[in-house]
Design a binder for this molecule. Structure first.
Ligand code: TRP
Length: 335
């Protein structure tokens, strides 16, 4: 079997929560065990600047996300783990791709269109608050992906359009300058759970309903106790399929544990007891990683060193491909 290259980026604007863990980080780390797969995972800190102009927050988030992946056991001898801003070939390729990306294509990008629609609704100028960063965000994302000739790009549904745009831009470049880039494909896993948050909607930083992944035990317990339930008393049968407690349970439990909890719901388990068991289950899975996480945060130089090593590995791929692109477009020494 030929090796497939998988690449994905994480925007560094927040603290990782259980939804990120279950939906993205855990499956990504598991995928590195597959010998037919080469994994490239990176911290999209240039992308962070589009959404967040608080330097402390961007920096802290970058540190926390890097520490999270390392603490959870990402094997950096297998995966290439790096920070976007440490690979100068990416912004350079981004410019070259900007010159191959149709403006009309960018006009159709969801994130940009949503911002324009919000302005119109508010009766404001359609361009109000919209930066060129937001507008051309899909081109930077295309550079991230094409720079490493990734075949598969695991993303959430909201990012499929961006991967398709990367594909369009790649095809246009290949057509104009000769075969250079692999045409990437979005990979949306239906099997991994989209976790519900405290209020039952999708767990997301923008809804403010998250449970941060590495909370101290006491606080994790407190957060789990805040998960919305109904008023059914102990002894009254409860419906697992409409319960956030059960939905999160499923994401951490074995098949047997899931069946047992389903039965406990039918038997009228008290909400307090179900939540206590949920805390124990989650804590057992992430407890050791939390210790490593706190150790890493206490020695940030270790994190930085990992990222520097990762950047060096990444640049072994990006430098020759960028060189090829420069020559292809006519940028080369004279004589
Ligand atoms: N835009 C992605 C998000 O917000 C993050 C990202 C940046 C990314 N570059 C990427 C994802 C390249 C996949 C491939 O989720």
């Amino acid at each position: 079997m030929t090796t497939e290259r998988t690449l994905t980026g994480i925007t560094t604007t927040g603290t990782p929560h259980l939804g990120n863990y279950v939906g993205a980080i855990r499956p990504a780390i598991a995928a590195t065990a597959n010998a037919n797969n080469e994994s490239f995972y990176f911290l999209a800190d240039f992308h962070a600047l589009i959404k967040c102009q608080d330097p402390e927050l961007v920096h802290r988030s970058t540190t926390e996300i890097a520490a999270t992946w390392l603490a959870l056991g990402l094997d950096t001898s297998k995966a290439v783990f790096y920070r976007q801003s440490d690979v100068p070939e990416i912004p350079e390729l981004c410019w070259i791709l900007n010159c191959m990306a149709a403006k009309g294509l960018m006009n159709r990008a969801h994130a940009y269109k949503a911002a324009v629609a919000a302005n119109q609704e508010a009766g404001a100028d359609p361009d109000f608050g919209i930066t060129m960063g937001l507008y051309s965000y899909p081109v930077l994302m295309a550079a991230d992906i094409l720079m490493f000739n990734a075949h598969k790009v695991p993303v959430g549904k909201d990012q499929i359009q961006h991967v398709e745009m990367a594909r369009d831009i790649a095809a246009r470049f290949n057509h104009h300058y000769g075969d250079t880039f692999v045409l990437p494909e979005a990979q949306v896993e239906d099997s991994v759970a989209v976790l519900q948050g405290l209020d039952g909607r999708k767990m997301s930083k923008s809804y403010g309903n998250t449970i941060p992944l590495f909370l101290p035990e006491k606080q994790l317990k407190k957060h789990i106790n805040k998960i919305k339930t109904n008023l059914l008393e102990p002894g009254e049968a409860k419906d697992p399929d409409t319960s956030t407690v059960f939905q999160i349970w499923q994401a951490f439990a074995s098949t047997e544990q899931t069946a047992a909890m389903r039965q406990a719901f039918a038997d009228g388990i008290a909400w307090g007891e179900a939540k206590k068991q949920l805390f124990e289950l989650i804590n057992a899975e992430i407890g050791e990683a939390r210790e490593r996480y706190n150790e890493l945060l206490a020695s940030p130089a270790v994190i930085e060193e990992e990222l520097q090593k990762g950047a060096e590995k990444a640049r072994q791929f990006s430098a020759p491909l960028l060189q090829h692109c420069r020559e292809a477009v006519g940028i080369r020494p004279i004589g």
